[in-house]
Design a protein around this ligand. Structure first.
Ligand code: SAM
Ligand code: SF4
Length: 329
């Protein structure tokens, strides 16, 4: 379906949980988060109803995220069921990779069509510093597992931060030299603990410049191949098996081509990453709404999707106070 600005909405990002086995400094406080009660989060049956409703309106791609989606029990079965919803063409996952060595094989068998692994460093000590957990070896084992499974559509996502991991930009990009994967650099956004901890994100122009310095010229890849693709701009580098990508969240707005909505773990349909308006689906689902009325409510809410995220507008009164672990990135 189209929203009021004639953008075609084909993609939903679903946060399965607020909980996480890491505490990335820019995302979560050390103490973790006030845990949602089990009854506060949508059941898998409720999530499936929403997915079916959205699929009937034209949504074709589902991303499962969090918090850390792999800590929610039963996720493999959920993937299998979402894959079977008529109209859903892609079911993908965003994870920190800690549990991939254990779960990679069953996730692939369940029909996952793509995997995003968040990876800000290749250095075990720095990983422990950024995430406050000494679990890099597990992530490394998880990466080896998924790279050996023959899954296509693997992406690594890195948030480059000055004086934290900016020296590793070429080394992280080199994963796309050595493997047929995409390595994407994402600008640090003013959400969650990012600025409180004093982190300063590296602008994408500078990331591009540093890669050009390390590897020579970057060649843009046309955008039209995959209409369900996200806001990244991809480039080839001579000699690389994969591609590198950039998400200029702040500077070069991608709102005009935004194709997505988000569902929080508590069942709130968010229409824009940085804005609080949306729809309380949990309330509707638990008050016995019919499938037909659910579709109608989804259609009316999506139609009202805001024009843009207004990250740089300090006066924005519609700004959402939810952190990234609550909306799933
Ligand atoms: N736990 C999973 C993971 O880390 O991949 C999924 C959820 S996590 C919130 C999704 C993504 O959001 C991660 O890649 C993380 O780096 C990113 N993220 C969190 N806070 C951010 C911020 N302030 N700016 C930019 N990206 C952020
Ligand atoms: Fe957890 Fe992902 Fe946030 Fe890190 S970025 S604390 S892994 S939810």
């Amino acid at each position: 379906m189209q929203d009021q600005y004639e953008r075609k909405i084909e993609y939903v990002r679903i946060s399965l949980t607020d909980r996480c086995n890491l505490r990335c400094r820019y995302c979560m406080p050390e103490a973790g988060v006030a845990k949602l009660r089990h009854e506060d989060i949508l059941t898998f049956a409720e999530i499936l109803r929403v997915v079916k409703g959205l699929a009937a309106l034209g949504v074709k791609k589902v991303r499962l995220t969090g918090g850390e989606p792999l800590v929610r029990r039963g996720i493999v079965e959920l993937i299998r069921q979402v894959r079977q919803v008529p109209g859903i063409e892609q079911v993908v996952l965003t994870t920190n990779g800690v549990l991939l060595a254990e779960m990679g094989e069953e996730l692939a068998a369940a029909g996952l069509t793509g995997l995003n692994i968040s990876l800000d460093t290749l250095d075990a000590a720095r990983f422990a510093e950024i995430t406050r957990r000494p679990l890099f070896a597990k992530v490394q084992a998880g990466m080896e597992t998924v790279l050996s499974l023959g899954l296509t559509n693997i992406k690594f996502n890195c948030v480059p931060i000055y004086e934290v991991n900016d020296g590793e930009i070429p080394a992280l990009a080199a994963l796309a030299r050595d493997y047929p994967v995409k390595v994407r650099f994402i600008e640090l956004m003013p959400i969650g603990c990012a600025y409180e901890v004093g982190y300063e994100g590296v602008p994408m122009d500078e990331v591009r410049a540093r890669l050009t310095e390390a590897y020579g010229s970057l060649h843009p890849v046309g955008r039209k191949m995959d209409r369900l693709q996200g806001p990244a701009e991809y480039y080839r580098i001579p000699g690389f098996r994969g591609q590198v990508g950039f998400i200029d969240a702040m500077e070069h707005k991608f709102c005009a081509t935004c194709n997505r909505v988000r569902l929080t773990a508590e069942g709130f349909l968010k229409l824009c990453l940085n804005q609080k308006n949306g729809l309380d689906l949990r309330g509707l689902l638990r008050n016995g709404i019919s499938d037909e009325n659910l579709r109608l409510a989804l259609r009316q809410a999506i139609y009202r999707k805001p024009a843009e995220h207004l990250f740089t507008d300090r006066e924005n009164t519609a700004r959402d106070s939810r952190a990234m672990y609550q909306v799933g990135g």
